[in-house]
Ligand binder design. Structure first.
Ligand SMILES: [Mn+2]
Length: 435
């Protein structure tokens, strides 16, 4: 948990970006029932976390840069000794003001009646439509009410603006304390991948490795996985979002592990692929060398001014060259890129933003074209190659091989820094870690 001054300065920056003629509503998403009366573990919406560090459900932040007083208003669950016996301590209205920087705090139940007065008479309402039906209806009803009260001096905002315009731009540019959290998350995640490499051997089950990984995350003080841990052995590695993790690892299998620890609400995102036996077969090695060379040369491109599209195009070209060399595709590189035949074996993007969310917020394009990378942005670089076991017209030796190598990269003024550099990916290092 960061110092309250960190959150204060983030709110300050957001209030400034909004300007005096705008207000913002930032709200937690509803708790979700799992079954009966048991809920999924609650994880605060990252926009609320970013601006307050407040982790309780049913929290709403209304930011009003143009207001004389009460610029930062919070609606929270009030203290309630009986409920707190069941669900844990609440900050309450006093806590919201004293610890979370609210100028004014009200009970969550009063949001409906107070919202109109808080968002009227400005040009823009910054609010994320489409995430929470109940809240969307409340906002819509509030706007409808304000349309009728203009003659009485309360008019509705003229536009509802997506938070990506300002708030997500702030989240996209990481500050030092965020990079430190990501570095810690990366360190723990590296430890977990190493532990999985040690524990992974023919006969072990994928879920055992998942347990080793998630155990390491928690033991080291992380919140747990920042997304569902993927452990895919053999041809399961060719399923991109394989999270069943239910199969036994066979001799000769490669194991693809995509797992990241969430620490201080920031998540790492690492993928490694390694031989359960401790030694790559020649066919596995051919594909691994191709993906590794592609990944390393792609990481080398990460610097201010470069774009995620350039990095992806580089990967597509390298991988397509390799697919032709290995007999997965025929013809020329340009033709196979032009007709997108490479997508049969490399069907996902190369990079995404990383931060509080594994697929973090922030616009990828400006005016329809990829935006240049800037210092403080954090991206993944994760090329892969996947040959389904039942693919037609591919060499038998390559069937069922799935490989992805993923690192987390922060853009710096001088180029980049790989946050996950200590997680082995060179063939010798990987084989040593697996033996
Ligand atoms: Mn990723």
């Amino acid at each position: 948990m960061f110092d309250p001054a960190v959150f204060a300065s983030r709110r300050e920056a957001y209030l400034k970006a909004l300007g005096p003629d705008a207000v913002a509503i930032v709200r937690s998403l509803p708790e979700r029932l799992r079954n009966g009366d048991a809920y999924h573990p609650f994880r605060q919406h990252s926009d609320v976390l970013y601006l307050t560090g407040f982790v309780e459900p049913d929290a709403t932040l209304v930011l009003r840069p143009g207001a004389e007083t009460e610029k930062v208003v919070m609606f929270v669950r009030p203290r309630d000794p009986e409920m707190e016996t069941w669900d844990g301590k609440r900050a309450g209205l006093e806590g919201a003001k004293e610890r979370y920087g609210a100028d004014a705090a009200y009970p969550a139940a009063e949001l409906r009646t107070r919202l109109g007065d808080l968002i009227c008479n400005v040009d823009e309402l910054h609010y994320a439509l489409g995430l929470d039906d109940d809240m969307d209806l409340m906002v819509a009803a509030t706007l409808a009410r304000l349309r009728k009260t203009e003659k009485k001096g309360k008019r509705p905002p003229r536009a509802v603006v997506d938070p990506r315009v300002h708030l997500h731009e702030l989240r996209l540019h990481k500050r030092p304390e965020e990079l430190r959290a990501l570095a810690t998350a990366s360190k723990i995640t590296t430890e977990a991948h190493l532990a999985a490499m040690h524990a992974g051997r023919p006969g072990a089950f994928e879920h055992e490795l998942e347990a080793v990984i998630n155990y390491t995350f928690r033991r080291r003080g992380g919140a747990g996985p920042g997304y569902a841990t993927i452990v895919g052995a053999g041809e399961n590695a060719t399923i991109l979002h394989y999270i069943a993790n239910s199969c036994a690892i066979a001799d000769g299998d490669l194991v693809l592990v995509d797992a990241g620890c969430e620490y201080d609400h920031y998540t790492a995102d690492i993928t490694r692929t390694w031989p359960a036996s401790g030694t790559f077969t020649p066919a596995q090695r051919d594909v691994y060398d191709l993906v590794l060379d592609t990944q390393k040369t792609a990481v080398a491109l990460a610097r201010p001014g470069a774009t995620i599209d350039e990095i992806h195009d580089h990967c597509v070209r390298r991988l397509t060259e390799g697919m032709i060399r290995l007999g997965l595709l025929a013809g020329t590189v340009d033709d196979r890129i032009a007709d997108a035949a490479y997508k049969k074996f490399y069907m996902h993007g190369t990079s995404h933003w990383l931060g509080l969310d594994v697929h973090d917020v922030g616009a990828y394009t400006r005016g329809g074209v990829a935006r240049p990378l800037e210092p403080g942005m954090v991206i993944t670089v994760e090329p892969g190659l996947y040959v389904p076991a039942d693919a037609e017209g591919v060499p038998d030796r390559l069937r069922g091989i799935g490989i992805r190598i993923e690192d987390d990269v922060v853009i710096t003024t001088g180029g980049h820094e790989v946050l996950t550099a200590s997680c082995p990916k060179e063939v010798d290092d990987v084989e040593r870690a697996c033996r």
